[in-house]
Design a protein around this ligand. Sequence first.
Ligand SMILES: [Fe+2]
Ligand SMILES: [Fe+2]
Length: 247
Amino acid sequence: MTNNPPAPAWAPAPTAEEQRADPRAIGFAQRYPARPIPTEHEVDTGPICLTPASGLDELWRSIVPETRTRANDLHLPMVVAYAERLCAAYPQADRELVLVAVALHDTGWAHVDESRIISEGFSGDWRKANIRYEHEAEGVNVARRVLPGLGYDEEFVEKVCEIIDGHDTRPVAYSLEDALVRDCDRLWRFDRAGIAMSTSWFGMPASDYVDRLAREIIPELITDAAHRIAEADLERSRRLFRTEVIR
Ligand SMILES: [Fe+2]
Ligand SMILES: [Fe+2]
């Protein structure tokens, strides 16, 4: 008897080629041809703990159960704090859309089989693990459940869902708002709190992890503001954890 995992209950995700050919991806790439996307506005590269996020209190209260999984009570407010900085650097983006999408983006982790988060979500090719698609689909369900009661209209809710669906697994961004969500979701890893959580999740020494951030994550950042914040955070974290010596 084989032990195949149950088939996913949703349609298979489109391939990377199909996603790059999506009119939304093409439109975004045409609107913002320069990468990383430049900004003429000031970028705050100081420690994120100096500029915590504010507001969205009703939204936060409605997702408290979802913050109890996978350190979402640390991850989500930190990522929203980074999102506020990126929105200040790109004022042409829909700030409300970015902040709400970020607050909700990982709530789906609370509705997947927790034992598989570590076994699938942090090992092998973790970006392609089924559990990653499941946490996105479940996050969309959370958004559809909580947002209408907070006064958000259907069009806004669908925009939020489009960003949540694929935030980890879709290789390309479909809009500036989508890009900012992706960037701030990565930025938290450069702060000392993100490094502390991630090294324990991945079972990796801090020196290896900061090397990996520089090698693999910085090149994925889409906006110049995110690049500058990541470099500044990484430099501080390297010095704090003495990673040039302790390796
Ligand atoms: Fe995620
Ligand atoms: Fe996340």
